[in-house]
Design a protein around this ligand. Structure first.
Ligand SMILES: Nc1ncnc2c1ncn2[C@@H]1O[C@H](COP(=O)(O)OP(=O)(O)OP(=O)(O)O)[C@@H](O)[C@H]1O
Length: 626
């Protein structure tokens, strides 16, 4: 039974004095208690050292330049250090990873002082391979000063069973894996959970959506008694209840409200209602004229779409890279790393999972009949999103959730997600850890859907419904989405160029781009290196194929925007009535513009998010009089 908590996530009753888990079930049920007056946060917030963490971890945290713990860290770390089960819901980008990694590492270090026996004490389950990589890196960073005492392993790479076995033969203290990988290792006796002490489910609301129900059940059966369970999630979903039922005993539930009030909100949200064709035109203008600057994440509905947009941008010399489930995991991780290092400014990510997480608009139409409580989701396929089993794609792929893309200035929903919760997760890739960011979503009005055969896509049919739902959801958080209006007449001058570029991006060109990308990966593959050494002619063929076939028409004239195309008052005139629509990330005086063109530091980065150069400080939204 869950405990009552105040608005700040403080348990209303005093936390148990005992550190022993065994004592917990005997505590009286608290959930029916009336609400207590809110507890005030202490005048000064505790530092990491004051949270009771091992000093070596505090040192590592300082190295990361984390000045003070975030709300979720202040609340969850002490509870986890006491050995309690914790179910924590906190917003995206609020620092949940450190909130569980630090106490788990601290407990392992503390235990090792008394008992240096080597065994796997912690298992961290995450829904995607990308996330596993990220969590593993966080563990490495936080154990920088205790590396000889903490040995971690990640079980998600495309490693052979033999290699994974040898990894596990070293008996890591902490294992990070997707549930499928973890169960595979447990069932083959490569990983022993016999002495497990901590189980973490990160992005817990997702694990069942990814079709891991059976793996979770199997893992649950293999756990010894008394394992501490920590569940982290950015949203509350019925799946959490299912998992709570399977794994937790009397967890403390932390439902943490936003750390910042509306006035501190650093995320600005816009939407553009436009035709299917204008979506391409506006995107071209936004990126070519740099109306949005800085690292940007563009979400599209499927893989073909990601290549179509990339090739379309290429026509105008706008550089971008694609991220999708077809690419090998190592490539995906590399792309995320390179984006975080500032090598790419635009990632076009296909959010195929958005479909799986439920088309809420469709659900609404079904009259919400399926509101029956599901005690246990096993076999309950009617309520569970369908597992997608497609061979070419990686089912453990996911970029809209959990991944810590650094300093993302803008998230663009080129194609709307099909649910409000997908939207929350997508926009959560920007404005992280108190930084600024914008979200811009293209919405196709219902009467415009299907009108432009070349670019129409099924998933955007219910954009308006989804938008309405998103607006309601955001309003609950005191957030609004503002219309982002373009001056249509000024856009017209660019239309023929956009059409020219769209025509060049044929289906054949997209197919070719898709296979070319995969071919490049084959050429880079370490696994195939040996094979190619022995079969050099095949390597030559593969290379030759790659050099051939650039099926997109090359149109050098599209690269530059001639001055006569630009409106008299420059880019600003593109915004209708000079109002919403111009998104300068930085005040652009003459000097700055030169600076931008040159591409500061040769990296093409021309602004900082947050700090003195906070682009949003110069951003004016003029509400349109209704
Ligand atoms: N105390 C802190 N001070 C400063 N930065 C922090 C702190 N804790 C975490 N961060 C940074 O905040 C960013 C977001 O953290 P993290 O990825 O853990 O968020 P999250 O809540 O797990 O997000 P999501 O729900 O999207 O997975 C990371 O770049 C992390 O390094």
């Amino acid at each position: 039974m869950k405990r009552k908590l105040d608005k700040n996530g403080e348990p209303v009753e005093a936390p148990p004095k005992t550190k022993s888990k065994a004592a917990q079930p005997s505590q009286p049920a608290q959930s029916e208690e009336p609400s207590q007056p809110e507890k005030q946060e202490p005048a000064t917030e505790p530092s990491f050292a004051e949270l009771g963490l091992d000093p070596r971890l505090v040192q590592a945290v300082a190295k990361q330049s984390f000045e003070k713990p975030t709300l979720v860290q202040r609340k969850a770390i002490p509870l986890a250090l006491q050995g309690q089960d914790v179910l924590c819901k906190a917003k995206t980008g609020s620092g949940k990873t450190a909130a569980y990694v630090l106490p788990v590492l601290s407990s392992i270090l503390r235990r090792k002082v008394a008992d240096p026996t080597q065994f796997t004490a912690a298992l961290v389950l995450v829904p995607t391979r990308e996330l596993a990589d990220q969590v593993f890196k966080a563990i490495e960073q936080f154990s920088a000063f205790s590396a000889k005492d903490i040995h971690a392993a990640k079980l998600t790479e495309n490693l052979s069973d033999a290699v994974q076995r040898s990894l596990l033969a070293n008996v890591p203290d902490i294992v990070v894996a997707t549930p499928a990988r973890a169960w595979h290792s447990v069932s083959s006796a490569a990983l022993s959970l016999d002495r497990l002490q901590h189980l973490v489910l990160d992005e817990a609301d997702l694990v069942l959506s990814y079709g891991y129900d059976e793996d979770m059940e199997n893992i649950a059966r293999s756990l010894p008694k008394g394992v501490q369970t920590i569940m982290m999630s950015a949203t509350l979903s019925p799946e959490l209840d299912t998992l709570k039922g399977i794994f937790c005993r009397n967890p403390t539930v932390l439902d943490l409200k936003e750390e910042f009030g509306a006035e501190d909100e650093k995320l600005t949200q816009f939407y553009v209602k436009c035709s299917e064709e204008d979506k391409w035109l506006i995107s071209y203008l936004i990126f070519k004229l740099q109306l949005i600057k800085g690292p940007c994440l563009i979400f599209v509905a499927d893989i073909d779409r990601s290549y179509r947009l990339k090739l379309f941008f290429e026509q105008f010399s706008i550089r971008s890279c694609v991220l999708n489930s077809e690419l090998p995991i190592n490539t995906r991780i590399k792309i995320i790393e390179e984006f975080n290092r500032g090598i790419y400014d635009i990632i076009i990510a296909s959010d195929e999972k958005s479909e799986i997480f439920g088309d809420e608009a469709a659900e609404e139409e079904k009259g919400k009949q399926s509101k029956k409580p599901s005690k246990n989701n096993q076999g309950d396929n009617s309520e569970q999103p369908k597992k997608k089993r497609k061979h070419s794609k990686d089912e453990e792929y996911g970029v809209s959730r959990g991944i810590d893309f650094k300093n993302v200035a803008a998230v663009v929903n080129f194609d709307m997600p099909t649910s409000a919760s997908s939207y929350t997760h997508r926009i959560g890739r920007t404005a992280r850890a108190g930084r600024a960011g914008i979200a811009l979503s293209f919405v196709i009005p219902k009467d415009q859907h299907g009108k432009h055969k070349a670019t129409t896509i099924k998933s955007t049919e219910k954009d308006e419904k989804v938008l309405a739902k998103i607006m309601r959801q955001q309003a609950k958080l005191n957030r609004t989405l503002e219309p982002y209006n373009f001056n249509k007449s000024q856009m017209e001058a660019f239309r023929y160029r956009m059409n020219d570029a769209l025509r060049a991006v044929t289906k054949v060109a997209i197919r070719e781009a898709r296979t070319r990308e995969l071919r490049q990966e084959l050429l880079r593959s370490e696994t195939l290196k040996r094979y190619f050494e022995e079969n050099p002619t095949e390597l030559a063929h593969l290379r030759h194929d790659g050099e051939l076939g650039r099926t997109t028409r090359h149109q050098p004239h599209l690269k530059h925007v001639p001055d006569y195309l630009l409106p008299k008052d420059g880019k600003k005139a593109l915004a209708q009535d000079g109002g919403v629509g111009f998104v300068p990330f930085k005040k652009m005086d003459g000097k700055d513009r030169r600076h931008h063109r040159k591409g500061k530091g040769g990296k093409g980065r021309s602004f900082k998010v947050g700090g003195r150069k906070d682009p949003l400080k110069t951003f004016k939204v003029r509400r349109k009089a209704k």
